[in-house]
Design a protein around this ligand. Structure first.
Ligand SMILES: [Zn+2]
Length: 404
């Protein structure tokens, strides 16, 4: 009798497991893509634009925030406001969390503030609509890593909300694998415009565009977008993540929107079938990253962002992402991930200066330098490698006895 029960249990478990992991994850991606619905995107974007122009600090901005907050909560996600104050402006971000099996976090983001004259249906009601759509669909699935859906304000003043978010995450030691930012993704007039999307990223983040490109090819029939790749455009919230050493990718419509920052940025000028394509691509990319193994990932332990160093020691923190070094530059890396580390390479202004094979992955650079320099660390594992880069203001052409 007992044996029979065991056999029955084994059979019932074996059958679903006989589908390979790849099959199941593929089915999941297809389901997520199929979940994107143009009418729902229209509803979100119309609701947002109908509040009227909603610049940060306005009553209308708070109303849009409340709408987004309530939608996230209704999908069963833990939803919070993150209040921020920066350069005399106050605002709040809305953060909805879909917990994964680990603490690695993927950010999916857009900004919900508009400029003062515009209802902002494309900039960035389009991105926020994708964010809500993604949250609604993905909330009933589980992923390896944690996903945070984040709606920023203060973008139009200079990415204030995302600056505060990224800084806070950095100071709390959050491991953010990637940020996918959607800003202006609903405008397309021509056939060409309707079939292309721009992706921009810095060197360290090109793997995100690679993944999006693979997905666009693999699910071409379902998505219908070609990817046009660019070097990093710093003009949206993903830049705040890059400044704190995280990896990020910016999705942007292919055709320039002539109604940008004007009263005509309304849903009449948003192409919802195009928006749905972008949303499908973004969700499939997000889901793939959220289930991707973290093989190797390099983070700077030193120098920290937002700090001043003197003679190799941190002497104070500053309220920006900049790093200032007086004297020698000490660089140290922390390596995360499954792969065994073979070596860690330290580059100064693009030139390999040191290789370290054992922990601590630490290197001191003492050559005279002045003003802006870049330090790049590359961690090489068995199969993969990862890089991270920091710009440092260096002032070390000073008498040696200062540094003692
Ligand atoms: Zn924008």
């Amino acid at each position: 009798m007992k044996k029979l029960v065991v056999v029955a249990i084994l059979i019932s478990f074996t059958f679903p497991l006989s589908a390979t992991f790849a099959d199941r994850s593929e089915n999941k991606i297809v389901e997520l893509i199929d979940g994107v619905d143009e009418n729902t995107l229209y509803y979100y974007d119309k609701t947002i634009q109908d509040f009227g122009p909603h610049p940060t600090g306005s009553e209308e901005c708070n109303e849009v925030a409340e709408f987004i907050f309530n939608e996230f909560s209704n999908y069963g996600l833990k939803t919070e406001y993150q209040e921020w104050e920066y350069r005399g402006l106050r605002g709040k971000n809305i953060v909805a969390t879909l917990y994964g099996k680990d603490n690695y976090t993927i950010i999916f983001s857009a900004h919900y503030d508009s400029v003062a004259v515009s209802p902002g249906a494309d900039d960035d009601g389009s991105g926020i609509s994708c964010l809500l759509m993604a949250a609604k669909i993905m909330a009933s699935y589980s992923f390896q890593h944690t996903i945070k859906f984040v709606a920023f304000s203060g973008e139009e003043q200079g990415k204030y909300g995302s600056e505060c978010f990224a800084r806070n995450a950095y100071e709390n030691g959050e491991i953010i694998v990637a940020d996918l930012q959607l800003d202006g993704v609903g405008h397309a007039e021509s056939k060409e415009g309707g079939s292309k999307i721009r992706l921009s990223s810095n060197e360290a983040s090109t793997w995100i565009s690679d993944m999006a490109e693979e997905i666009a090819e693999k699910y071409e029939d379902k998505i219908g977008l070609d990817i046009v790749r660019h070097r990093n455009f710093p003009g949206s919230d993903h830049q705040s993540f890059i400044e704190y050493g995280y990896e990020a990718n910016f999705f942007l419509e292919y055709e320039f929107n002539p109604h940008y920052h004007s009263p005509q940025d309304t849903i009449e000028n948003v192409n919802f079938s195009y928006l749905a394509k972008v949303c499908k691509l973004a969700i499939a990319t997000l889901a793939s990253i959220a289930d991707k193994d973290i093989d190797i990932m390099v983070r700077f332990v030193e120098p920290e962002r937002g700090a001043i160093y003197f003679g190799g020691r941190k002497i104070m923190k500053i309220s920006s992402h900049h790093t200032i070094v007086f004297g020698r530059i000490h660089a140290e890396a922390n390596i995360i991930g499954k792969e065994e580390v073979r070596r860690v390479e330290f580059y100064f202004d693009g030139e390999l200066r040191g290789v370290v094979e054992e922990e601590p992955y630490s290197f001191m650079y003492g050559k005279p330098a002045f003003f802006k320099h870049s330090i790049k660390i590359v961690a090489v594992g068995e199969e993969e490698a990862d890089m991270n880069e920091i710009d440092v203001m260096v002032f070390n052409i000073i008498p040696k006895y200062w540094l003692k």
